[in-house]
Design a binder for this molecule. Structure first.
Ligand SMILES: NC(=O)c1ccc[n+]([C@@H]2O[C@H](COP(=O)([O-])OP(=O)(O)OC[C@H]3O[C@@H](n4cnc5c(N)ncnc54)[C@H](O)[C@@H]3O)[C@@H](O)[C@H]2O)c1
Length: 350
């Protein structure tokens, strides 16, 4: 039985990857210490999801309560498990939270990633290493693309970006937030372990990754949090850009399917922009209407004129490289289907 090690296994992407591979005959080892509850408080708690994995998967899944900042602990784990592939999703994932906890943010996102890379090199250098990076590595440079204002959203006013932003967009000389900077450090290190040591690594620069198993909070998990606010009649705060800022949303299942494709036919030091693409893009105002359609409840919100520092006005991932390298992969879930699943999940959790 092939073995997979997944960090951040109780989180949105980690748990989806665990289930996906366990159902495809892999023995899966999860690493998570519920740090999300430390970062975001009780609403970010992911123990419910850890429990769900243990109950659903039984013997096919083993949970390891390890902090990825624990260098000797990570090395021992990798040497003991010797996984056939590593999927690294554990992170401090919030743009805004990072400024309050700069050392924790960097220690987890940059140093934790290095701990895992080096442990993988020592224990199983042939094993594919998939790293969840972020579109925030591009900093606020996407905001320099010419934009046009439409009735409910911003859009690119430059035909070169009609299909979105590609992987050769510059990550340099822009404002990233501390989170974006710590993720750049991890991203470049993952590429370096590929180029320098010849290891099969890849960085997935996520747009909005979403799905029913997110523990959405105001500072992270846009759609999940928005839907939760709608269902609970709580006020959602829109920060700037007239609520017309655009995000492209990809269901965690489609992320797991891409990871499966990469692990089956790995390449060295690759980088992919992974998001929902234009078809699954939505502005905040548009998201309100879509969600209302499924919940039957009007969204309560307030508008704050000031945008979040470095926030993207319009971000759409160009998926051409993913589709070209892995023709067996494509987006399978529409935005409507994704929203419906998140609504149902929040209702059942409540
Ligand atoms: N969700 C998004 O919209 C999005 C967008 C772009 C990139 N990403 C990236 O994708 C990855 C996964 O995101 P997610 O939404 O699943 O996040 P998540 O917060 O739902 O999951 C991350 C998990 O990692 C765990 N974790 C954090 N620090 C840890 C540590 N030091 N040791 C062990 N476990 C730790 C947390 O407890 C949590 O369960 C992250 O790298 C994130 O930066 C996410």
């Amino acid at each position: 039985m092939p073995k997979l090690l997944v960090t951040g296994s109780s989180g949105l992407i980690g748990s989806e990857v665990v289930i996906h591979f366990a159902r495809n005959g892999w023995e899966v080892h999860g690493v998570d210490n519920n740090q999300r509850a430390v970062f975001f408080g009780p609403q970010g708690d992911t123990r419910w999801n850890q429990q769900r994995l243990i109950e659903t998967l039984g013997k096919g899944f083993e949970h390891h309560e390890v902090d990825i900042r624990d260098r000797p602990g990570v090395l021992t784990l990798l040497k003991t498990v010797k996984p056939d592939a590593v999927v690294h999703t554990a992170a401090q994932p919030s743009h805004d939270r990072a400024a309050d906890i700069p050392f924790d943010d960097f220690d987890v996102n940059a140093v934790g990633t290095l701990n895992l890379l080096e442990a993988t090199r020592q224990a199983c250098p042939e094993s594919p290493f998939v790293h969840l990076s972020t579109n925030k590595v591009y900093g606020d440079r996407p905001n320099t693309i010419a934009l046009k204002e439409l009735e409910t959203r911003w859009d690119y006013d430059d035909p070169a970006y009609a299909d979105g932003i590609t992987e050769n967009f510059s990550i340099d000389q822009s404002k990233h937030s501390l989170f974006g900077a710590s993720k750049v450090a991890g991203d470049v290190m993952v590429q370096e372990y590929g180029r320098y040591f010849g290891m099969p690594t890849c960085c997935l620069r996520g747009g909005c990754l979403t799905g029913p198993n997110h523990s959405g909070v105001e500072l992270h998990g846009f759609l999940s949090y928005l839907i939760r606010c709608n269902l609970e009649g709580r006020e959602y705060k829109v920060f700037g850009y007239k609520g017309k800022q655009v995000r492209d949303n990809i269901h965690s299942h489609d992320v797991a399917c891409f990871i499966e494709q990469f692990i089956a036919a790995p390449r060295i030091a690759e980088v992919y922009n992974i998001g929902g693409g234009r078809a699954n893009s939505v502005s905040i105002l548009e998201a309100f209407s879509l969600v209302e359609k499924f919940t039957g409840r009007k969204q309560v919100y307030t508008y704050v004129d000031e945008n979040r520092i470095g926030d993207h006005i319009c971000y759409i991932s160009n998926l051409a490289k993913m589709r070209q390298h892995y023709p067996g992969w494509d987006i399978t879930l529409t935005l409507d289907e994704t929203i419906q699943q998140i609504v149902e999940s929040h209702r059942s959790r409540a």
